[in-house]
Design a binder for this molecule. Sequence first.
Ligand SMILES: [Zn+2]
Length: 234
Amino acid sequence: MKKFDFHTHTCCSKHWIWGVDGLSTPREIVETAISRGLDGVAVSDHNTTRGGLLAAKIARKIDKNFLVIPSIEVKSKSGDVLAIGVLEELTIKSRSLTAAEAVEQMREKGAVIIAPHPYGREGLGSLVEKLRFDALEGFNAHILSRYNRKAKELAKRLKLPMVASSDAHIAEEVANGITGLDINELSIDAVKDAIRREKTKIIQEKHTKSMGRIYSKKIGLLFHVTKRPPCDEI
Ligand SMILES: [Zn+2]
């Protein structure tokens, strides 16, 4: 069984209010994912595929047996939509699309559409029932347990496959949520196909410690602004 983290952010990710979001470079995300024994990672920066495309380039150089899936977390007018496998350079203005438009546009680009943290902040809540998703996050490491429990109940009710993800905003958080996929070939097409055919299994649920959350979302911003390299340094 191959192991993936389907939701991570690099320093190319931009927060819709204060700008800075992920605090690690694409290289740091890739290297950490490899060191934690993952077979692949989806780099899903807010509103841009830039971090994912850079991470894929880095992974091709350092480990041919590791797969980066360039992805994007679109901040729609109603909350986040996670699109796995968007292979073109793409930037979307925050909150410029409705959730339905985000789902439709990303599906047209061939992505697998996941509802991330449906009951957390920026989750889509009951909209998940109205739109067509391929899967939902049954575990997000940044979300309170009771909201993850509700997400799992929703997935069962809607008969949708579940993934577990870290939603890492710093490299140390990578692999806090791991999804197993039963695939023979390590390729983006095989990953997308396995999710669509409901061949996912949650194999790690490790909550990000609250200090980690505070660090990555608030205090780290100062550090980031003064110390971090530009996101396109590969
Ligand atoms: Zn996220």
